[in-house]
Design a protein around this ligand. Structure first.
Ligand code: ADP
Length: 971
């Protein structure tokens, strides 16, 4: 290196040191604030391996978050003596151990037990050494580090054994794939028993238990699975096995994968499918044992249990050698999978304040469960947990390996499900045809549970002619009628006769459901049924099914077909019962954080009541995690049942004066609830638009208003909303919510910007939004799983909407197939302002199509195509369309594979434009030639403020020189 070069490196190093010093606080925060010591320990591994940190200093560092202080075992003096004798030879293996520490930690963490076994077999480790390494309070990577530190203290031969072991492991792949490795006989026997009982439990769809037996194989339809976090490396839809696979892992240290989705979205069915496929040996074969748990069932466990008891009593009892089997499970965590269905149905919301480490210690079931999820207990065992999103708080999120969102059926999924449900293709075609005519119902069918109801009630659906069910209450009333008439087909079919005849059943089930919702109870004993007057005849109607229980030690227990069915019956109780307390409706509509215990009835369900004091405390406090969404669904049904459209149904069941009063109560609650949200709108910052950032509770109120189907209520609510911008990001908005939003927002007085970024709108939701497009001047749908088909329908509508000026579709599933529609929009709407299509799949073909439209447009000011693939040819096409634009202010072609040819063409825009202010060309492959063209063009232009060129094909020297020549170029 020349002297000049050395000086550059030296000054760079000084700069780096200075930077580290200056950012000391931020670096410390990043290393220590995640709640885990892992980041810090990884940095220490790297420093040790590079010799930047000596082992003595390493021993003195106190790692934050360590549950016990860690220390490297001291070396015994005879080892040191030996080291001196064989210095040359010893250096090799022990140094390799140090130099490769980061990768060795990664390799060893999945197979600590096997590595220990190898060390014991060679006589280098005693059982005390093993115990020291495998302390369950350490994470697997901490165990791996402890093992390495211990090995180091034992000297060269032990180090050699570890290196050999890792090498062999790399060569032979995973344990289960090793030809010469078979699990112990008793474990294989247990596996057989577990899989055969799981196969029997999961081969039929559970919600058909009360009516007919439909095999899962015949009806299972793939739902849409999406990663909750953006992941560049994952392309295309996720499959079932990807749930436990590595795709999209955000925290490799954690073992728990969350599958989140709305009630009725198919979470339990998805787990059931995984169980069945595993039991048959066709999926998840990396796992030798799979233990399925239902949180709903765990609720009724009143005993304190150890993990061993939890596994064997709740899943499958080993006929013999329980201790050996459990030891095997402890020794091979990576071969074990647990699934926990419905975490949101557990009475206690997730908390990581109390945790357990010891697998033999007994504890209340929820503490066991939370310890398993956070990994303090049985670290390394993979867990899949399902939950509704409302019940997932930050405490749980920080222990997640990844989150997968189940988004219900795609349009083709609905089609496929209906065909599977109706083997007769003409019936299937008719059902689908009637769905196409009823877009609100089609939106609902995106959720599998509604798809099932609609298919189940196809006769009623096809018989209802024009109109048909619009709301979830309509759909549930349809199934109520269907089930009631199914049991007594000869009785009255017209008017509300069917309800009158079965009123007692509705009231009995209603009371049971209501009491259960108030106490987070979803499984009922015979005594509970008796307490609510539920008879054998009521059970036969099919809304209650016998609860499946793998342990089969309990007496008969029942649950509602689905939790939404329970909410529906609870709502029926509130609307129809003569005993409904006057305060019930107002309490039901109170925001969750203010809702007290008033909804709980005085009857206590023995089987559901928790036993410990701590649990009782939780009970007396605020609504639990499972209650809030269920109470909200119940309130939505109450609104629907009290809609004027259904009042005639209740004529003979309840005095109309009482009904009218209940209606008034609901309307008042909705209006008050909306008002509270409007009050929270802060005054606009000077120069900015008045904006409302809505909370999920706002969407729920909108859904209740929709359920009432009375435009006067919607109009009244919207007349008081005076904002320019409505932000509903991360509000879990899917097609059903879109239908309700459009129904209500269409009554807004003035156009708004509607921001729905980061939801699950999808193509079905886009279609539902169309009725309110005339009231939108801008629409933000970033990250919403929208495809070209959704865009086709959206643009056909917005082209007719006078106020519509801006659209943002960053990170969706758009390809060149949608650009012709944008081109048409640009040609037609001469007041259109902003088009943002970043991070989609648009290539040079799409860019050429867009250019066609841009040629004829005189209004567009912002064009964003960041993260597409338009290349040079696309840039040339756009440049030629835009070179005489007098409106374009901002253009981004960041990360598009644009080279110097593209830059040369784009410089023509700079040359001619009188409006352009910013050109973004960061992350492309522009060389000096391209930049020269841009510089020349800038000489003639004073409007352009900056041209961004960070990360292009330029050397440091070129950057330095070019910056000096043109300060508006930013490298
Ligand atoms: P969740 O657990 O999300 O509340 P479920 O899995 O219980 O939802 O689904 C409700 C109902 O919807 C099921 O009983 C079944 O009838 C139907 N369903 C759900 N997922 C599927 C699927 N993938 N294929 C076919 N039907 C499904």
């Amino acid at each position: 290196m020349t002297d000049g070069g050395k000086r550059v490196v030296e000054s760079l190093l000084m700069l780096v040191q200075e930077l580290v010093l200056r950012q000391r606080a931020e670096i410390l925060h990043a290393l220590c604030s995640s709640g885990s010591a892992e980041h810090l320990e990884q940095v220490l591994d790297i420093l040790l391996s590079r010799g930047e940190l000596i082992i003595e200093d390493y021993q003195n560092i106190q790692v934050p978050g360590q549950r016990v202080g860690f220390s490297v075992p001291g070396r015994c003096s005879h080892v040191e003596e030996k080291e001196e004798e064989e210095e040359e030879h010893q250096r090799t293996s022990t140094q390799t151990l140090l130099a490769q520490r980061p990768s060795l930690v990664r390799e060893l963490q999945g197979c600590i037990e096997d590595a220990l076994r190898a060390l014991v077999a060679c006589g280098h480790f005693t059982s005390a050494d093993c115990d020291d390494v495998r302390l369950p309070i350490h994470t697997p990577s901490q165990q791996a580090r402890r093992l390495l530190d211990n090995v180091r203290s034992k000297g060269e031969p032990a180090a050699k054994v570890v290196l050999q072991y890792v090498q062999q492991k790399q060569e032979s792949g995973s344990l289960l794939n090793q030809e010469n490795w078979t699990p112990p006989k008793e474990v294989l026997k247990y596996q057989k028993k577990l899989s055969s009982s799981m196969s029997a439990q999961s081969c039929f769809l559970s919600s058909y238990g009360g009516t007919s037996h439909m095999s899962l194989d015949d009806i299972y339809t793939d739902g849409q699975l999406e990663l909750a976090h953006n992941c560049k490396d994952v392309h295309g839809p996720l499959g079932l096995e990807d749930i436990v696979g590595t795709a999209g892992t955000v925290n490799a240290e954690a073992d728990t994968v969350l599958v989140s989705g709305d009630a009725g979205g198919g979470k339990s069915t998805l787990l059931q499918r995984l169980h069945l496929l595993w039991a048959r040996g066709t999926a998840l074969q990396d796992f030798l044992l799979l233990f399925p748990f239902s949180c709903r069932r765990l609720n009724s466990e009143r005993q304190e249990l150890s993990v061993q008891e939890l596994l064997f009593q709740h899943c499958c009892w080993p006929d013999r050698e329980q201790e050996e089997i459990f030891q095997f499970i402890l020794d091979h965590p990576h071969l074990i999978l647990f699934t926990f269905d419905g975490l949101d149905e557990l009475k206690q919301g997730f908390s990581d304040e109390h945790w357990l480490c010891c697998p033999t210690q007994r504890a209340p079931v929820h503490i066991l469960l939370f310890s398993l999820i956070q990994g303090s207990l049985m670290k390394g065992v993979r867990k899949v947990v399902t939950s509704r999103p409302e019940a997932v708080g930050p405490a749980l999120k920080k222990h997640l390996r990844k989150e997968v969102i189940l988004q219900g059926f795609s349009p083709s999924g609905i089609d496929c499900f209906v065909h599977k449900h109706h083997r007769d293709p003409t019936v299937a075609a008719k059902v689908l045809e009637s769905l196409q005519k009823n877009t609100a119902l089609l939106g609902l069918c995106h959720s599998p549970v509604f798809c099932w109801i609609v298919s189940q009630c196809h006769k009623e659906l096809l018989g209802c002619g024009e109109g048909g069910p619009q709301t979830i209450t309509d759909v549930y009333l349809m199934i109520l009628q269907h089930f009631f008439q199914h049991q007594s087909p000869l009785k009255s079919t017209t008017g509300s006769g069917w309800l009158q005849e079965n009123l007692n059943t509705a009231l009995h089930l209603g009371q049971l459901a209501f009491e259960g919702i108030g106490t987070s109870c979803y499984i009922f004993s015979g005594t509970d049924l008796e307490a609510c007057g539920v008879t054998e005849k009521d059970i036969c109607m099919g809304f209650l099914i016998q609860s499946k229980d793998m342990s089969s030690t309990h007496s008969k227990r029942f649950e509602f077909l689905h939790v939404i069915t329970q909410c529906f019956f609870a709502a029926l109780h509130i609307v129809l019962s003569n005993n409904t307390d006057r305060s019930t409706i107002p309490k039901l509509f109170e925001p969750p954080n203010r809702r007290a215990t008033g909804l709980r009835s005085s009857t206590c369900f023995g089987a559901c009541l928790p036993s410990t004091n701590q649990q009782e405390q939780a009970f007396k406090g605020e609504a639990t995690s499972s209650e809030t969404p269920n109470l909200q669904i119940t309130a939505t049904f109450v609104s629907g049942l009290l809609s004027q459209r259904h009042l005639s149904l209740w004529l003979h069941c309840c005095p109309s004066a009482v009904m009218e009063k209940r209606v008034r109560q609901v309307v008042r609650c909705l209006s008050k609830g909306m008002h509270k949200h409007f009050k929270s709108i802060s005054p606009p910052v000077e120069g900015e638009k008045k904006s409302m950032h809505a909370m999920p509770g706002f969407v729920w109120l909108i859904k209740c208003i929709y359920e009432m189907q009375e435009s006067t209520i919607a109009k009244d609510a919207m007349s008081k909303l005076e904002v320019d911008h409505l932000k509903l990001t991360y509000c879990n908005i899917g097609p059903v919510e879109c239908t309700a939003l459009a129904y209500v927002l269409q009554h807004l007085r003035n156009p708004i910007g509607l921001q729905l970024d980061n939801n699950s709108v999808g193509d079905v939701g886009v279609e539902q939004l169309l009725p309110c497009m005339h009231i939108c001047n801008s629409l933000y749908l970033r990250n919403n799983n929208i495809t070209d088909e959704g865009i086709r329908k959206l643009l056909a509508k917005v082209i007719q909407c006078d106020s519509f000026r801006k659209i943002a579709l960053f990170n969706n599933k758009l390809t060149d197939a949608c650009t012709q529609h944008f081109s048409h929009l640009l040609k037609t709407k001469q007041d259109f302002l902003a088009l943002r299509l970043g991070n989609n799949n648009i290539t040079e073909e799409g860019a050429k199509q867009l250019a066609e439209g841009l040629k004829h447009n005189h209004s567009l000011a912002y064009l964003g195509l960041w993260g597409n693939k338009i290349g040079d040819a696309g840039a040339v096409a756009l440049a030629s369309a835009l070179e005489s634009s007098t409106s374009l202010v901002w253009l981004s072609l960041v990360g598009n594979g644009v080279g110097s040819e593209g830059a040369r063409a784009l410089s023509n825009i700079i040359k001619n434009s009188t409006s352009l202010e910013e050109l973004w060309l960061t992350k492309n492959c522009i060389t000096r030639t391209g930049v020269e063209c841009l510089i020349q063009a800038l000489e003639h232009n004073t409007h352009v403020k900056s041209v961004w060129l960070i990360n292009n094909d330029l050397s440091l020297e070129e950057v330095e020189e070019l910056t000096q020549r043109e300060s508006r170029l930013i490298f």
